[in-house]
Write a protein that binds this ligand. Sequence first.
Ligand SMILES: [Fe+2]
Ligand SMILES: [Fe+2]
Length: 271
Amino acid sequence: MSNTQSTPQGLADEPSRAAYRDYTQPGIDRVREFYRNNHTYQTLDFVLAKKNKWLPFQQRQMTPWEGLDYLNTLVDESDPDINLPQISHLLQTAEAIRADGHPDWFVLTGFVHDLGKVLCLFGEPQWAVVGDTFPVGCRHSHQIVYPEFFAANPDSQDKRYDSELGIYSARCGLDQVHMSWGHDEYLYHLLKNYLPEPAQYMIRYHSFYAWHKEGQYRHLTDARDDANLAWVQKFNPYDLYSKNPNPPVMAELKPYYEDLLAKYLPATLKL
Ligand SMILES: [Fe+2]
Ligand SMILES: [Fe+2]
């Protein structure tokens, strides 16, 4: 383990929590348009095709830092709260987790949880990378953001999928459920062998607000999902509320995070 230590930064001047995830604020058209595409085109067939394409991880190789550096060029169109570079969001999330004294694997999870957005580097449209996620192959919950846009999704008219269980069996477990395709599922498969189970859940389901915030889809979860829900919920406020305009200084913190990445992850990731 590293001897590199530094003091957690970037927790001052946090806006009030009610100000986050407000989809009615002015200038939100970008987010609406994002979800119109996301909800229209994320079908079961689309998800299966993306899994086929990306989960063999045969596209290219890069170090974790190269991936993080790339994220600096990306502005997430689905996020009503943040115009900061992605790396700043990751650093703020991780620093807030560290400030609360959580274990280092939890801090690392905060630091890498959006690394799957490198899919944008490979030419994927944002509606197939970011935004809230939801199960496909069964009826869409009305608790998903902008539920009206699912009317244009072909799966909504397909009798195989348009029921509460759809293609699944009751309490089958989320591991059996295909989620809308995006950075969460992609990164979970990329890192699942290196991180403890709660970290895997945080990464895989951090955008599944209909489950971890709204309590939907409990007919699909199993005991393992139920046991890990609290971890996903514990992670969420760090992802959401650490988006503050006074970012911590990466230059001072880089040695600590380099050591943390080296402790858990391979030097090169096959993406
Ligand atoms: Fe994310
Ligand atoms: Fe995030």
